[in-house]
Design a protein around this ligand. Sequence first.
Ligand code: AMP
Ligand code: ZN
Length: 506
Amino acid sequence: MTDTAPLRLFNSLTRSVETFVPITAGEARVYSCGPTVYNYAHLGNLRAYVFTDALRRTLLWKGYAVTHIINITDVGHLTSDADAGDDKMEAAARAQAKSIWDIAAHYTDAFKSNIAALNIIEPSEWTVATDYVPQMIEFAKTIADRHCYEIDSGLYFDVSTVPDYGRLARTKDDEGEGRIDPVAGKRNPQDFAIWRKSAPGENRQMEWDSPWGKGAPGWHLECSVMSHAKLGHPFDIHTGGIDHREIHHPNEIAQNQAFCGCSDAASGVGAGFTGARWWMHNNFLVDRSGKMSKSKGGFTTLFSLIDAGVHPLAYRLLCLSAHYRSELEFSSGTLGAALTRLKRMKKAIAVKRWQEFQETGQALDNFADIRPISIEKREDADITGVLALFDAAIRDDLNTPKCLPLVEEVLTDPTIDNRLRWHLIATMDEVLGLDLLKMDRADLRIPPKDAAITEVEIEAELDRRQAARAAKDFAASDAIRNALIAKGVDVMDGDPLRWEWNIRLD
Ligand code: AMP
Ligand code: ZN
């Protein structure tokens, strides 16, 4: 399957879908811009990592050995992309009267627990920016003479020294002025800090000695240095949110061009070298109430979703139900629909197992012995149909929304033998990561933190309601339902397993 059906991925560099050809046969090296750990990740941030996880799992599905790096930004990211403002970490430490190291440790742990809850495979390595400051200084020294200049506030990269700055962002020259506020003394509006000197009298918790004075590295420098240190340049795929296509990644590319020593603006040499073959970007999770901004506060976290009684994998499913390059609208409605969809999938599994038990007197205790079908066996004639369709969808630039109905079809198709059904689900779930065979249906029932009623009480009320309905006492049945609604529980009729109740999310 790997040879006959290549993976096709959208490359932001060319704005087109291209056949993925790795630099080293059979291997894929991927770098994902990680979180700035000055606060909790919001749901939008986490969409970026559900996307990279879908990418990683798809590369594994196609048989590649994957090396995946995610960085932890614990220094250098300023409150403004225009090299102005404060370091986000310093500002958070001051606001919370804590050390930066405590702030970083707390939010890094929180982020990793979000990653685990969303069933995102851990990267091969987390690289922490502050561990790489000496390498950043060496990198900066290498490019300083030909590509940088020093002003009072630090060492700046002169974007006119590389041949095709901004190619990724597709900015026109005249757009630059308005886009980035000039720092006094900068040669070009898009020039950016490689090293920021501590201002005289400035009381920074994090600062290092450098040839350009005490200070801290620029944010863009981190990713160039860590991707080079861990993956070498060029590597295969660099990912990030769509916002990074405009400034952060063009700046990384400019640094990479300078560092490879192959870049010369006058002769045009080095044009096209970017440090990575593919640059891939997920679109935004949007919330009309404007809540998806970490710096503005008041945003929605995965923790708050869990407190509201929503299983984190419902959020994962919500992400997978849209193509990663489309905007995805977040609301209690879209999230509730994803939770119901996940419950229906689990319900279909329960129904099929119940039928299996009725027919054979035997049911699997659990799915521990159900293994995914190997790549070679996926081509066997009797199973090739649905997996071929699944493969066609996922290798077409990770079309997860097209994959989900295929899973639902396999879950309910009465003509599929159950044992094969479970193998097919295990196989497809390798890519989707919804834990369909691992999770118990009861796991989806997270008691909401502030709920006025427990799950057991809800079930008991529903039993009473069912008895009332059986006795055709519809007044009593409606009264029970209304009492549940008043406690924030919505009941959906017509479901024999009575799973279709939801805690209202708003
Ligand atoms: P940050 O912690 O701000 O550096 O962001 C971590 C990742 O989340 C980056 O790849 C961002 O591009 C991405 N990101 C930020 N906001 C959103 C959003 N609303 N939807 C999707 N991705 C986002
Ligand atoms: Zn980055």
